[in-house]
Every structure is written in structure tokens, then in C-alpha cells.
Design a protein around this ligand. Sequence first.
Ligand code: ASP
Length: 295
Amino acid sequence: MKSVRPIILAHGGAGSRAMTSPQAACLRAALQVGYHLLDRGSSALIAVEHTIRVLERSGLFNAGKGSRLQLDGAQRMDASIMEGDSLRAGAVASIEGIIHPIIAARLVMEETEHVLLVGPLATKFAAYFKMERHRLRTPALRLSYGAMLKRKRPKRERHGTVGAVALDRTGTVAAGASTGGIDRMLPGRVGDTPIIGCGVYADNETGAVSMTGWGESIIRLAVAKEICDRIAQGTTPATAARLVLKKLVARINGSAGCLILIPNGQFTIRHTTPHMMAGWWDGKGEPVVNDTFKH
Ligand code: ASP
């Protein structure tokens, strides 16, 4: 059996804010958890899930415990996970009251014949599997629907969605992401994160992609799949990222950041925003974590 050098990449969102030192420490810890799993022979899928769990549990990012509120005051979260060998995928959207939407996404993939569960029935699914709950202690906001519709996205957005991509010893890649959404969302809004081919994609014949940024723009270009399609045509990860993000900005004034990792171990981290909190580790030296990458 072939043995490939494993590697893991993770992100904590792309936006206008620089990374704080607790966020940097948490990303480093998440990369260590993911890499040690890969080093001991775990699959890329398990490494991605466990890396994302660390970030969801921290409350330092817009995912899991730290998820942003929708305009009615509720936290509704989206997550997805995919592995590149058999192209299996699972996702949840608008799920409430749990710490780890990424586990719910994996359970959808492994325990059902479906890819995506949504809303209160996704929450019920998580309850069936006795997933750890998280009670939000903020009062419900009472804006009229008309007032909610008038709320515009702020110019300087706060981000913090989390995600990861990994390559395991067998040469399989996986990708995942988990988010609390964007600022000033209408209740029920779902972004790119749980939509396979938009926020996440993984295929051993091309690579693994995890996106962050303004979800509506990422959906409209099906960015993760577009990146993989370009890699299939022979483009390097760095060039695919540059060309697709350029198109995102030029065609629809979008904004995003991406992690891309291909089965030969080549990878790239790129963003159109001033910052992207991200990092990688292949077991050599210390994990590399930064909030600005080539863009
Ligand atoms: N892409 C996420 C969404 O639109 C947000 C983010 O990445 O910060 O829901």
C-alpha cells in the first residue's frame, strides 16, 4: 500500500479583521490535533472533523459555540464534510442548539442515504444521536419582518467561519467547513458552507477545497467545484485559486478565501479579503499560522 506524507490545513475565516493571539493559539492546537491523527494512520475525514471540532468548541470563531446570531436572535449553523475517495458527503443547514455541527454533517454522511438535512429536522436528527447541546443565553430579538428586510450587510464584515482540508497516508483527501453564517442574516438564511461544490469539495482525482467568505457570492460561482474542475484540467492549486477568486471579484464583486490541497501534497491558501486566519502543518517544525496569505 502506498504511504503518502500527511498534511492538514485549517482556517478560521476570511474578512477585515486581524487574528488575535487566542485565535492563533487555537488554530495551532487544532492543526496539532488533526496532524497527530493523520500521523497515527487516521483518515483525512476524521482529521478534518476533529480539527474543526477544536475550532467549534473554542467559541473564538463564528462556528459552533461562537456562532453569529440571525436577525431574530437565534444561532442557526451550517456545516459540511466530504471525502475524496468515494465522493461521500454529508451536510446540515440551519441546525440549532449543538456545539458540533461538523459531527452532525458526518453522521448524515455515514448514517443516512442523504447528503443534506435542514432546519428543525436536522436539529431533531442531532438529538437522536445525543449530540452535545449548547444553550444560547441571549434574549430573542424582536424586529418586525419589514425591519429585518431593510438591514443591509455592513461594509466591514466580521468573519470567522472555520474549515479544514487534509491528506492522509493512503493518499485520500477530505474537506469540511462549519459556520454561524454572516452579519445581519435573515432568519433561515443558508450560505455556501453546507452546499457541496460551493463551500466544500473533495475528490482524489483533483483535490480538496474549503471556502470562507461572503456565501452568496461563493454559491453563485459554485467556487469549490470550479476550483477542482480547473485542477482537473492541469492547473496548479495556486493558479486555480488565483483565477477563480479573480473571477469572483470581477464578475459579481464577491469576497472569499480558500484552502486547497491536492493528493500530491501541493497546497495553497488565498483570499480576496484583507485577512484570512489560517495555517498548515505537515509534522515538520511547528504549525504555520498567519492572518495574511498571498493575495
Ligand atoms: N461563508 C460563510 C457564509 O456565507 C461565512 C464565512 O465564511 O464567514 O455563511
